[in-house]
Write a protein that binds this ligand. Structure first.
Ligand SMILES: Cc1cc2nc3c(=O)[nH]c(=O)nc-3n(C[C@H](O)[C@H](O)[C@H](O)COP(=O)(O)OP(=O)(O)OC[C@H]3O[C@@H](n4cnc5c(N)ncnc54)[C@H](O)[C@@H]3O)c2cc1C
Length: 470
């Protein structure tokens, strides 16, 4: 009987630079599989936006695998055992994931499979450095980004260079499977279909986008990345999350270019991705708990009405609303906006960061448990190397600075399109005549602000001070 190896695709939906796939395709027929494992992270089922991306990405991957990808749904160990009964499996390979539940699941599976005398091996296909390799001199994990990246990562061995795709793949013949899952039968709702329209899904689009970014965005990345109406960022976060491109491919493509402050800054953003995974690995409770325990006593207000207005982008603060509408209309949001809308939710509205994280989780294509959790804890001030709580982003000054002419605001808030940019950042300060000439009627065509920015900032600082005294 012919030997068959399984490659279990997870967040590595690519053929190139895929260490586990390369191993599985060596000296045996290949059975490529994907498993929808609904409980891989408790309380965090795949969000709707990212699920849409995943469906499309799996379809594209299946095409690149000559229609041989076996897509399954259920308990992974049970599924692998059934495959072992139906095929002459000699090896099972995958690239690692880093949430504690996935680690526990994979360790259990590995032990069980090995008992059956089947080779089972995992590889690093998702990170530049393994989280357990980057530690402080005293053996403890880093909690501050700069030393983590500059001393820990850059001072350690260089990341693995990208691998070629398997020279030749011989596919195993598919046998009917009880757990088979047909993506085409799983309809997506109209919102999911709409946001997918402009999404650059799949391995080919990811490499094309990297090329485009290098030619058109990278040479002003350090400054330009702050301006949401400029195309200076890579937009590769969902591709990276699903592994359609590896951080190693990006790292080495960019490292080959002339070293500038832009290339250095861009690579350091990949460093933040490493840092988030490092934090998740070493402090797994951060998904549901504040990393800094003193925040457990924070007097959140959690007003549901305000939360809904924030989610819908009708807070009356144009930059915040533009960000929230971008998210809803595109499944994505520029990083500066993530910080602005996050700060507004947590500090001006005093709503617990976990509500924001859940909304992002459902709406973002790039929803990623490590990056989303670290991003929200950072903005709330309760995470590692966090923005200090007393740093409250002022959405009006942020708007004046990073969207001076209101290009970004006007794109997402057509109600304000005729308003002079001087008042676009704060329509409530505009004289009545200016509003009326622009066709804006506050409270009717566009809302009054749901909070007073100055007063809510003071309230946030008072709430924070209660932590110091408690
Ligand atoms: C509240 C909040 C929530 C966030 N949620 C997520 C999330 O769910 N998924 C996610 O991938 N990113 C998240 N981020 C980080 C960041 O906003 C996005 O990675 C970035 O906007 C993606 O755009 P880009 O691909 O154009 O990034 P670029 O600027 O081109 O950066 C290149 C890559 O570096 C990584 N990166 C960049 N910034 C960060 C960062 N601050 N933290 C971690 N990795 C980073 C991403 O993988 C990104 O694709 C969040 C940030 C905040 C403040």
């Amino acid at each position: 009987m012919k030997k068959i190896n399984i490659h279990w695709f997870r967040t590595d939906l690519r053929i190139n630079d895929n260490p586990a796939l390369l191993k599985a395709a060596e000296n045996a027929e290949l059975l490529p599989i994907y498993i929808f494992d609904e409980i891989k992270i408790p309380n965090y089922q795949q969000g709707e936006a990212s699920l849409t991306w995943l469906y499309k990405s799996l379809q594209l991957l299946n095409k690149s695998l000559n229609d041989r990808l076996l897509i399954l749904k259920g308990n992974p160990l049970q599924i692998l055992k059934e495959l072992i009964i139906n095929y002459n499996i000699t090896g099972i390979y995958w690239n690692r994931n880093y949430s504690p539940w996935e680690i526990e699941r994979d360790t259990r599976i590995k032990n069980e499979i090995k008992k059956l005398d089947i080779n089972c091996e995992s590889f690093n296909g998702f990170l530049l450095w393994e989280p357990w390799e980057i530690l402080k001199n005293d053996g403890t994990p880093y909690k501050v980004f700069t030393p983590f990246y500059r001393k820990g990562c850059l001072g350690s061995s260089t990341p693995r260079t990208p691998l070629p795709k398997p020279e030749k793949i011989v596919y195993a013949k598919k046998v009917l499977n009880n757990f088979e899952f047909n993506i085409a039968n799983n309809t997506t709702n109209s919102w999911q279909k709409k946001i997918l329209n402009n999404a650059l899904v799949g391995e080919k689009k990811a490499t094309d986008r990297l090329d485009f970014f290098i030619k058109n965005g990278l040479n002003d990345y350090k400054e330009g990345r702050n301006f949401p109406s400029q195309d200076n960022v890579s937009k590769l976060a969902p591709n990276l999350h699903f592994g359609e491109i590896s951080p190693n491919q990006i790292w080495y493509t960019v490292s080959k270019l002339k070293n500038t402050q832009n290339t250095d800054h861009f690579l350091s953003e990949l460093g933040w991705r490493e840092f988030s995974n490092h934090l998740l690995y070493h402090f797994p409770h951060i998904i549901s708990e504040n990393l800094q325990k003193k925040f457990n006593n924070f007097p959140w207000v959690n007003d549901e009405n305000s939360l809904i207005k924030w989610q819908k982008g009708i807070t009356g603060i144009p930059l915040v609303d533009a960000g929230m509408r971008e998210l809803w209309q595109t499944g994505s949001m520029h990083n500066r906006l993530r910080m602005v809308v996050g700060s507004f939710l947590v500090k001006n509205l005093l709503i617990d960061w976990k509500y924001g994280a859940k909304w992002f989780w459902n709406c973002l294509f790039d929803a990623d448990i490590a990056n989303n959790t670290a991003g929200w804890q950072w903005i709330a001030g309760c995470g590692a190397d966090a923005a200090p709580y007393f740093r409250v982003f002022n959405p009006v000054t942020q708007s004046e600075k990073f969207d001076k002419l209101g290009t970004y605001i006007k794109k997402y808030i057509p109600e304000l399109i005729n308003l002079d940019h001087k008042f676009l950042h704060c329509p409530w300060e505009a004289p009545k005549s200016i509003l009326s000439n622009a066709g804006v009627k506050l409270g009717e065509t566009y809302p009054y602000p749901i909070v007073d920015l100055k007063r809510s900032r003071i309230k946030a600082l008072e709430a924070f001070n209660t932590l110091k005294s408690s």
